[in-house]
Design a protein around this ligand. Structure first.
Ligand code: PLP
Length: 420
């Protein structure tokens, strides 16, 4: 197992200069007795690496790779993939997600904002990147300078970009974003051809792509998705009538890719599916796709309870009989839903129900029925252990939310441990 991703902890450790130890020792001024603080400081390990926190997010890059292989088998070889790596790769680490996607054949990365894309540029990732939302005027020169492709939705952006591109001596590719019913970003489908004409006429711009985004592609009822698709086709036909062509037409997210083969066009934008999570419970399955992210912790303490004993803040749980309670050192401060006596974790492959409330740094689970569970044994908060699994959808139900929200809600104070 090759583990990376503990950068913040290691950086933190290495930020204590060697001289600080002696400064502390001098200021304490204690004799070098065995039990003195000076002695203890001198026995700090040479490596200066902090022990890893016993609660972490595990990212299995082998699974990510396998998921891409299965997705590649499911599609025509000419269909391009844009890997959506926004929000830190949906909480999996943008860099690892992006690099694996590129290794597996993705031709574009997609981000929501300039900072996300620039972080990867600063790491030396030079591939094509598309910024999915609208840009403020002040961002456009950065996009031109760093080859970050913009979605354009209005004349003003077309004119500003074309001017900046001309001054930089570049021909800059842009993607025209069409609003086919989501009503967030994009030019209305009925007006798309005339904006395409303006881009086409700008000599410093290239209309490389045309895209739209589904409001609902992963539900059984595809009525609105089909309407969006026909509006998208109508806009493309309007462009064709004006003699405007473009190489990359893209409409599908994961749900569209799975369930709407007619909407695949030239490229699909995949976020959640390669991460091993199906966007809904009803969309088509690709057998073998497995979740990339797990959340784990080790049992930090065990409390034997007698009947009438309470657990945690507000005494929310009272033991009805002799119980064994395990404390896991993570809580809502790490992104765990703030529930009360709801949900389970897996220990020794068996379900241990949560009892009491969720604190900032601790949850408590009942391990009475798992008598061999011991301190520092591993618990799975989200993921598989033995034959059972706590799915992201199960955690989403606890959170009263959706899988996307759960994946991106595990806070960065939980170290990311990568398996590759
Ligand atoms: C414009 C756009 N395309 C594609 C995606 C990827 O969606 P999914 O994660 O469902 O594949 C997103 C994600 O929100 C998006 O905003």
């Amino acid at each position: 197992m090759n583990e990376v991703g503990l950068k913040s902890q290691n950086e933190c450790a290495s930020h204590m200069p060697r001289s600080l130890e002696s400064t502390i020792a001098e200021s304490i001024g204690a004799p070098p007795a065995v039990s003195s603080p000076v002695q203890r400081l001198e026995t700090l390990p040479e490596s200066r690496e902090l022990p890893r926190r016993p609660a972490w997010v595990e990212i299995d890059l082998n699974r990510l790779k396998r998921n891409y292989e299965l997705i590649n088998q499911d599609k025509d070889a000419r269909l391009q993939v844009l890997a959506v790596a926004k929000d830190d790769g949906y909480g999996h680490g943008a860099s690892a997600v992006a690099r694996t996607a590129l290794d597996c054949g993705a031709t574009f990365l997609g981000f929501s904002n300039l900072e996300e894309a620039m972080r990867l540029r600063d790491e030396g990732v030079s591939c094509r990147m598309l910024l999915l939302g609208d840009r403020q005027p002040a961002e456009l020169s950065w996009c031109v300078a760093h080859n970050l492709t913009c979605c354009v939705t209005e004349e003003r952006t077309v004119d500003l970009l074309s001017d900046l591109a001309a001054r930089a001596g570049k021909r800059v590719p842009v993607h025209l974003k069409i609003n086919t019913g989501m009503n967030r970003y994009g030019v209305r489908w009925s007006e798309a051809a005339s904006l395409a004409q303006r881009i086409h006429a700008a000599r410093s711009l290239e209309l490389e792509g045309v895209l739209s985004h589904f409001s609902q592609s992963d539900e059984s009822d595809k009525t609105f998705a089909n309407l969006q698709m026909s509006r998208f086709n109508e806009a493309l036909a309007g462009m064709t009538q004006r003699g405007i062509a473009c190489q990359l037409r893209h409409l599908c997210n994961s749900g569209g890719f799975l369930d709407l083969p007619a909407a695949r066009f030239d490229m699909v934008r995949l976020g959640i599916l390669p991460l091993g999570v199906f966007p809904s419970s009803v969309c088509r399955r690709i057998p073998g796709i497995e979740p990339v992210m797990s959340v784990k912790a080790r049992i930090a303490a065990i409390q034997p309870l007698v009947p009438g004993d309470c657990v945690g803040y507000g005494m929310r749980y009272t033991a009805p009989s002799p119980r064994r309670i395990a404390v896991l050192p993570l809580g809502y401060g790490d992104g765990f839903p703030r529930v009360r006596s709801e949900g389970c974790v897996l220990i020794h492959g068996r379900r241990a129900p949560l009892v009491g409330g969720v604190a900032m740094d601790a949850i408590t689970v009942d391990i009475t029925d798992i008598p061999d569970a011991d301190v520092w044994d591993e618990a799975v908060i989200m993921g598989q252990q033995g034959p059972d699994e706590i799915s992201v959808h199960e955690v989403a139900k606890l959170r009263g939310s959706v899988s996307y929200d759960v994946l991106t809600s595990w806070r960065t104070r939980l170290p990311r441990v990568y398996i590759s």
